[in-house]
Design a binder for this molecule. Structure first.
Ligand code: MRU
Length: 354
């Protein structure tokens, strides 16, 4: 499998043998800047500051960060190596709390570390597992695109929120992967991208990725969605997910829940596309999903410039929860869950999502 990039002319995340290469998503769309990171702390900072973001991409980057750290840990014994490695796991796990994919990846790497007998084999096992996770995520997003693309009728205008493309996944994308695949198969579709305040992932990244893919796209502010739906201008909504509880309740970028409610009110299908690494069966419902609170400065500024009175208090929950009853279907690489509920999720995915 060709790692990094799906032939759109950019390369979101790539393991380079001794370093991790990432496109700096905070500089897009104005500049295509690649970061070459050799230290796991730099990867942790890149995740916290959203240079790399999107649930599957965070998981992949977190996994490579551990592999990078393992190469540099100096230890006189395997026990000392494992102690130091455990601090690395804690640092990476502390970067962003909501995306399940990060914890999925770290759990996989912890298991890989246990299987190694000495420092050299542990280092090797960690890198192999990180590469494996990256490969699996690429393949999962390819399958999601294949399965989901049949859902869009010819001529559909599709609304999407935040960014869920190759940048967010290291592969084809989740919601955007479905859209890009449908377009590549010749389906006549157009996209409405919401800007996604406060950090404008839709305006900056989704429009950029769809233009690169040649998919017709128009940008709207988040507050325009209801008006457009009421006018009958939108045929369906598709979004990604950061964590999905056992009953199908879905955490995704703040502003997703109101879109789902609006879609229901206007009788428009509302789809979620996510790999099985996003499911968290340890949580019964969305009420248990941890929601990241980010700095109020992201709300009181726009592109680094203040837009509100100084010292105004602001709230900044980065995600919201869409109850499963608003979701028409969840598209995973293992199949489509129509009318998600604890029972339908379990019936497709069994006891373990992956
Ligand atoms: O804060 P972000 O930009 O990491 O949030 C990203 C999202 O909410 C995406 O919709 C989600 O990760 C699905 S990605 C494929």
């Amino acid at each position: 499998m060709e790692y990094g990039g799906i032939g759109l002319g950019y390369d979101p995340i790539r393991w380079c043998g001794e370093s991790l290469r990432l496109i700096d998503q905070t500089r897009l769309p104005r500049k295509e800047v690649y970061l070459e990171l050799r230290d796991y702390r730099a990867v942790a900072r890149a995740i916290e500051t959203l240079k790399i973001r999107g649930a599957p991409a965070i998981g992949i980057a977190g996994a490579y960060a551990v592999a990078l750290a393992a190469r540099k840990i100096k230890a006189r014994s395997t026990a000392e190596f494992r102690r130091k490695l455990s601090r690395v796991f804690d640092r990476i796990a502390g970067t962003r709390p909501t995306a399940r994919n990060l914890f999925f990846a770290l759990e996989r790497l912890k298991k890989a570390a246990v299987s190694g007998k000495d420092i050299t084999t542990i280092r090797q096992a960690l890198l192999e597992e990180a590469l494996k996770i990256h490969g699996e995520e690429m393949e999962a997003s390819r399958r999601i695109g294949e399965l989901g693309s049949a859902l869009f009728p010819q001529g559909a205008v599709i609304l999407t929120h935040c960014n869920t493309g190759p940048l967010a996944t290291g592969g084809y994308g989740t919601a955007l992967g479905v859209i890009i695949t449908a377009h590549r198969k010749g389906r006549d579709i157009r996209v409405i991208a919401t800007e996604t305040r406060p950090l404008l992932q839709g305006a900056r990244l989704t429009t950029w990725e769809l233009m690169k893919a040649g998919v017709p796209v128009s940008l709207v502010t988040d507050s325009m969605a209801g008006y457009l739906m009421k006018q009958g201008k939108i045929k369906c909504v598709i979004v990604g997910a950061d964590r999905i509880a056992a009953n199908g309740d879905t955490a995704n970028k703040i502003g997703t829940y109101p879109l789902a409610v609006l879609a229901r009110e206007n009788r428009i299908p509302f789809y979620v596309a996510a790999p099985t690494s996003t499911f968290d069966f340890s949580l019964k419902s969305g009420d248990e999903i941890p929601i990241e609170e980010r700095s109020p400065l992201e709300v009181t500024t726009l592109a680094g410039k203040p837009i509100a009175p100084p010292d105004i208090p602001a709230l900044n929950p980065a995600f919201d929860i869409t109850p499963h009853r608003y979701i028409s279907a969840i598209i995973t690489e293992r199949g489509i869950i129509t009318g998600p509920s604890a029972r339908s999720v379990r019936s497709l995915l069994g006891k373990n999502p992956r």
